[in-house]
Design a binder for this molecule. Sequence first.
Ligand SMILES: *[C@@H]1O[C@H](CO)[C@@H](O)[C@H](O)[C@H]1NC(C)=O
Ligand SMILES: *[C@@H]1O[C@H](CO)[C@@H](O)[C@H](O)[C@H]1NC(C)=O
Ligand SMILES: *[C@@H]1O[C@H](CO)[C@@H](O)[C@H](O)[C@H]1NC(C)=O
Ligand SMILES: *[C@@H]1O[C@H](CO)[C@@H](O)[C@H](O)[C@H]1NC(C)=O
Ligand SMILES: *[C@@H]1O[C@H](CO)[C@@H](O)[C@H](O)[C@H]1NC(C)=O
Ligand SMILES: *[C@@H]1O[C@H](CO)[C@@H](O)[C@H](O)[C@H]1NC(C)=O
Ligand SMILES: [Ca+2]
Ligand SMILES: [Ca+2]
Ligand SMILES: [Ca+2]
Length: 937
Amino acid sequence: MIKTNLLISTLIYPNLIMILMTSQTLAFMPALSKPMTHQDITRVAVLQTTADVCRSRALQEGWNFVMPNPLTVKSVAESCYSSDSAKDFQSSLNKINHHNAWVDFWNFFTPSYHFDNEMFLAGRKLITDGVSVVKYSVKKQSYQTARAALGKVLHTLQDFYSHSNWIELGKTQPYSNLIKPDTLIENIADSKTCSQCSSSDCIGNILEMVITQNKLTSGYFGFFKPKGKCSHGGLADPSSWWQGGINKDSSSSSHGYLHSKAASVATAATKELLQDIRASVGDSEFLRLMGLTQSSVLCFVIDTTSSMSDDIAEIKRVTSSIIDSKTVTEAQPSEYILVPFNDPDFGPLTRTTDPIVFKKKLNALTANGGGDAPEMSLSGLQLALTGSPPEMEIFVFTDADAKDKELTSTVRALIERTKSQVTFMLTNGFSSRRRRSAVPVDGQQQVLNEVYKDLAEASGGQAIEVTKKTLSQATDIIAATSRSTLVIIFQAIRNPGKPENFPVFVDSSVKNLTIYITGSSPYYTITSPSGVSQSSTELIGSLGIIQKVGNFHKVQPSITEQTGVWLFSINSTQSYTIKVVGQSDIDFLFEFIELSQGPHPSYTVLNSRPAANNNITLLVTMVGVDSVRPTEVSLIQASNSNSVNGTLEEVSSGQYLVTFNGIPAGEFTVRVVGQLSSTRSLGNTFQRQTPTQFQTSTVTITTQPVGTAEPGKQLILPFTVATSGPGGHFTISVNNDQNFDTRYNPSITVNSGDSTNGTVTLTVPNTASSGTDVTLTIQAEATGGSDSNYAVLRIAVIAPVTDFTPPVCEAVSLNANCSGNCSLSTWYLTANVTDRSGSGVENVRVLYGNGNLSTTTVLNDRGVNVTMVIYSSSCCSSDLELVVVDAEGNVATCFTTSRAAKEITSGTTKRGSTNGVKCCLFLLVLYYLWSDISSHM
Ligand SMILES: *[C@@H]1O[C@H](CO)[C@@H](O)[C@H](O)[C@H]1NC(C)=O
Ligand SMILES: *[C@@H]1O[C@H](CO)[C@@H](O)[C@H](O)[C@H]1NC(C)=O
Ligand SMILES: *[C@@H]1O[C@H](CO)[C@@H](O)[C@H](O)[C@H]1NC(C)=O
Ligand SMILES: *[C@@H]1O[C@H](CO)[C@@H](O)[C@H](O)[C@H]1NC(C)=O
Ligand SMILES: *[C@@H]1O[C@H](CO)[C@@H](O)[C@H](O)[C@H]1NC(C)=O
Ligand SMILES: *[C@@H]1O[C@H](CO)[C@@H](O)[C@H](O)[C@H]1NC(C)=O
Ligand SMILES: [Ca+2]
Ligand SMILES: [Ca+2]
Ligand SMILES: [Ca+2]
């Protein structure tokens, strides 16, 4: 038995963390001749860290965990019991990588972003400020902002290992001070650091003295460089033209012989940063940040005015039936979002992972108020679009016209940027004949539900018109489409309608093929690959079942032979939509991007419509089986089936750059056709289509990169409007989802072929708290509305950080009576933790270990809050890593046994073992730690 009671100033064990990092880094060994890019480094680190988090969660929950090999997005998602979220995981990783690339696109010549020019303090500040944004944004569930900030931080962090002399100093571990704002960056070189080098590889150009004295330096980039300093190197860096440099960007760089070493330490550093974020936000939030638990989301925007009581009752019924259906646990939504709207009020948005909380929120909804007939539906929808994960389906329930139609183009912009589908459940209860007739309003011709139909079309959703009585017959679409693995195989919208035949490939991965058709009495015939055919007049036929309600038809084929080419023949002169969906793991993700013209290949994701009369570039990522490859990526004209093929270039595994030299006229969607495996056959052919209709514009809006906004301060957002179309006056409108005050000039003049600058002044109220994010849309519309474009900006609100110091573990006692049968004995650990005068201890977390943790906070006699921690665990389990987090997200690692135990006993400490010898080995480790702690005093 050991009983200790010690006063300890800090209990941080960098050496132990290091041991772990190296042992895990061994798994990273791609082809050495190929340069490791930022994207590769990030992917490896994210996959390893995520797998590590899932392993510790599995241990705590008593689940089985098998470390996947190799680590891929799909294999990690599967081992995390989240195979349905593989697409969201990929999408989150992509977002992080897009923002990593963004730094080279926008800040290529700013040395601090790349640790060039010995900008160590400024570079470190970019990292620690960015990490604060990540932590605060996660706390507020602003995951998209968090991913953006994380991507930027990782670029700078990773560049340190390529651009400084850390690797040349012989270091094999990350420089942890870069992510710790309370530490010093020491020993920065204060004089000459490099000699000229003549050979191409420049080995040994860093001065001997710099190496022996352990001085930190980095390469200078550009035309101006203090004499005797090192250069970055490469053709793009004039300072190195006559003397070489030290960067390790690729194996052909000046110090390319160290490229793979630098990449490997950069990977370890990326993991160290991810672990810091994980410790700060907790495991389940970390997994949500990675998109791993966001698989299926139920999102409702609900009219709560007095006319809606029937509808609200039906929504409650449907939601309960989805939540209570325990048949397929995987199909349970992982997240619920609710936005009520009324008139004049709307919101707030509720986002929860807890079905009970969601049901409570729904049950609390009552129908009242609203005044006149139209209601604030688009304001509610705007909140849902900015506050939900992208690429999901949003259901809007209303029986009234929109009172806030001025938001139509903002909502449309958000639909295009988020690629969310919006399906309207409209219960105005008119017959279809009366609905089609125009209702004159103030001399204008205004058709009921027109704005909803337009937005549904633009998003690839549906405008379902039913009566209050028949609403329940249409709502099973909600359960079907909230599945995360739902894919869109084909979609067409014809307005006005015309008879047309649509051939569609259905591949062998597709399950539960379903066809949705909307329109007033469309006549159609569906023919399966084996020639079985059924027309819309047969509700039960040889193919399957047709359900009709209002303008909405659902066809579910029940025949077994579904793989091959289907034919959908629609004969209607009224407008109609057809959508063919199914369940499948195979899908694609894409972004419109702009490639940088600069010296360094990079790209940025467009936050606006692509420019007309220009080439369009897409970055396409395939999701699903690894052998899936696209053979054709095309833009499909929305009004007919004309298409334009792009040129494909594989840029990394599963990622393709697709260039289009022309585009179809008007609105278009994106389609990918490909092969499921390397054997080319009809049954292997798949097709997928985006629901969203995109368009190009002769108007462009360019925004500058924005930093964060501070509560109580104004933020100036410069933008530039240019036009390749006709010049003249442009109407500027600005909207944001937080209702923050904005000032701007509502009209600017732009000449054809020219550009004009403007600014938006955003005032953030004092009351806005850190981590809030504001989505701001700037729109420019040509006179007469002939063309328009927008830019969507997401800005994080962060109050200045004042607490840079992690909490301290002031006292610890260990009480372990582990002898004999370990399952019969328990060990205890107690600690007192405080954040001194900082922001206060907010969380104590067990990162590894499955014992019990309890905390009590008391005010001690010096007026300081002290959190007393007691951890108790079975003697069979030696794992423990305890972290303490303050309110600003600073993390202290207070106690670690697991990794040390694992290392020192060479993996022989097995959980659940009843072997007394192993039990005692573990105690030896604890004892070893103890003496280590004592020696720190
Ligand atoms: C497919 O449909 C059947 C019947 O409608 C349903 O029971 C099953 O859960 C669905 N499977 C998937 C993967 O959605
Ligand atoms: C389409 O419908 C029209 C009118 O209902 C009918 O005259 C015509 O024969 C139909 N065409 C086909 C190909 O079914
Ligand atoms: C579009 O791409 C083609 C070939 O890829 C190139 O020749 C052409 O100059 C590009 N056009 C524009 C406007 O960039
Ligand atoms: C697009 O490519 C496919 C396959 O390569 C080809 O069959 C089709 O004709 C092309 N379409 C156009 C419009 O060029
Ligand atoms: C407009 O803004 C851009 C980018 O900030 C700047 O380069 C340009 O000089 C400005 N033009 C005018 C006319 O102020
Ligand atoms: C831990 O904190 C409590 C409350 O301030 C105090 O009573 C106790 O003495 C502290 N223990 C040690 C070992 O400092
Ligand atoms: Ca109403
Ligand atoms: Ca009203
Ligand atoms: Ca603190």
